[in-house]
Write a new protein. Sequence first.
Length: 351
Amino acid sequence: MKKAHLNDKFNMVPIIANIMKRIRVLIVAILLVFSSALAGCLEDEYRSDMDETFEEDSGNEENNTGNHDEPDIDVGATGNNTTNNTTNNTTNTSAPIITLIGDEEMRLMASLEDNFVDPGSKCNDEEDGDISANVEISGAIVNMEDAGEYLIMYNCQDSDGNEAEEVRRMVIILVEDTDGDGVYDHLEIEGCTDMNATNYDENATEDDGSCEFSDSDGDGVYDHLDAFPNDERESADSDGDGVGDNADQCDDTESGAAIDEDGCELNEAQEHFIDISGMAFSPNSITISVGDNVTWTNQDGSSHTVTGDNSEFDSGTLGNGQTFSFTFTTAGTYTYHCAFHSGMTATIIVE
């Protein structure tokens, strides 16, 4: 009996060994399943980190949609790895930011030649990167010819529809009238403004020093300043009598008076005086000009006459202190006498 019992005991050893083997296999399987689950969690975290890194590195190279395909590593119970593609559907909610290039307020002088050039702006998005091409500009159109204030607005939107905060720029066009002629500097037209010039420009508002003038007689005095533009010997007529100063012998002749070639008044009346005294005419002979006037005065106690030999004039009887005047309008030689005293004779020559 004791021997049979020992045999049964030894027969249980293989059974127990087989049970222990199965337990070990089961434990290994459980460990493999746990390891696979742990590997999946680690892979998800790894993929999330890779997605963020990929977004940062590719922001300035292409427009991102926020979705990236990365291989999923599935570690099965048998330890074999399988690759699957998944999509990150996370939506970006951050708004892009607009930055102006240049000043927020620009002050420019008005101009007819220049056009306004907008310095522009930049737009950057956390996800899409540089999206300056998406900037939309609105507002006033700057007219460089008209003074005033012009407001320009800048807007931008990223691929997820997020809109940036609007940015504005004020452009102020200024005008100035430097020379005080009533024409703004940017409207000034340069040219010759002297109407006496040969190249006078009726549209010019600001003289540029280009005026040219004529000197027909070559005397060095421009025609518009030359009283005698065709006479090289004369250029001035101080008394306005039509005779140049160089030839004018009477430079005080009033304008409009009849003048001779020497610049003196033609037939300018002169007064001449003859005394009747001591039974004679004194002076006995004088020369005068046409238009001159002669006055005789009787200084004697006796009466006398002034009588033309050809009866051109006759004073009648002149008592003491009485006078007689006659104007000679015709050139010639005039002889006269006293009708009471035949020895009293005299001559007047009229030229």
